[in-house]
Write a protein that binds this ligand. Structure first.
Ligand SMILES: Cc1cc2nc3c(=O)[nH]c(=O)nc-3n(C[C@H](O)[C@H](O)[C@H](O)COP(=O)(O)O)c2cc1C
Length: 245
């Protein structure tokens, strides 16, 4: 299915310049983001890959204050929890502690200005009904035994729930990253958030999301108050081993 939004945006920024300056931007101006621009971001997301090419993403874009207020109440709970747990976990080897402090300050600013943020793009993955039908068929078990062996079939079945979660994520996050890069290219600030995992079902209820869909990310989007700058990451040689772990 195509929409009018499938035109590539005019941008003379180079991919690597965009990627290397695609910071998490949490301080956003209240100025509205045009609907066409939001659709352009979703369009970029839709150009990502999906498992079995199911393309089963769904996007809920929240712009209205009453919904934002309900989301803010939940966000406050999750951020309060984060501040007293994750945020105070001991420093990881080589972690820049002041960067963590800056991140928590920016995220607290985000909570304080939550309802003024112009848009929240909620990225969801809908159940792939065609695949669900195949997986629940008794014939699939026999095929699993034939191809994977009895032990392999058993491991596949017992790891089902965990694998399903990873499978939803592996379809969601390439699309999310495309969206973040597109936002950066258009000069918009955005950040991937997953705080809703702390209150399972609660954001989904506010958004009216059916239980057949998974809410993978909530991405606040708006024009940044500050400037984009380089992201800081380790040297690849520090994280690569060749051939074996
Ligand atoms: C899986 C994942 C979950 C994240 N969840 C949150 C979140 O819930 N809230 C938030 O403010 N940022 C969240 N972030 C953003 C990270 O904090 C951010 O990418 C990191 O601090 C690096 O920031 P930088 O790209 O500006 O260097 C998440 C990022 C990822 C990849």
């Amino acid at each position: 299915m195509t929409t009018n939004a499938t035109t590539m945006p005019a941008s003379d920024e180079k991919l690597f310049e965009i990627m290397y300056s695609c910071r998490a931007m949490r301080r956003l101006k209240p100025d509205p983001v045009p609907e066409e621009t939001l659709l352009q971001l979703v369009d970029a997301a839709l150009h990502g890959p999906s498992g079995s090419n199911a393309q089963n993403w769904r996007f809920i874009i929240v712009r209205e204050r009453p919904t934002k207020e309900k989301m803010r109440a939940l966000w406050a709970k999750t951020w309060g929890f984060y501040l007293e747990t994750f945020a105070v976990a001991e420093a990881r080897p080589g972690e820049n502690v002041s960067a963590r402090r800056r991140m928590t300050a920016a995220a607290t600013w985000q909570l304080d200005h939550f309802v003024e943020i112009p848009a929240f793009i909620c990225v969801c993955v809908a159940r792939d009904d065609a695949l669900a039908k195949v997986l629940s068929s008794p014939a699939t078990l026999a095929k699993a035994v034939r191809h994977l062996g009895v032990g392999g079939a058993m491991r596949l079945i017992t790891s089902g729930g965990r694998t399903a979660g990873i499978a939803d994520g592996s379809t969601a996050y390439p699309a999310v990253q495309n969206l973040l890069l597109a936002a950066r290219a258009l000069g918009l600030g955005a950040v991937l958030t997953t705080q809703h995992f702390f209150v399972p079902g609660e954001f989904e209820k506010v958004l009216g999301l059916p239980s057949t869909s998974t809410l993978a990310a909530i991405i606040p989007v708006g024009w940044p108050t500050g400037k984009f700058g380089p992201v800081t990451r380790p040297n690849p040689r520090d994280v690569v081993s060749w051939e074996r772990a």
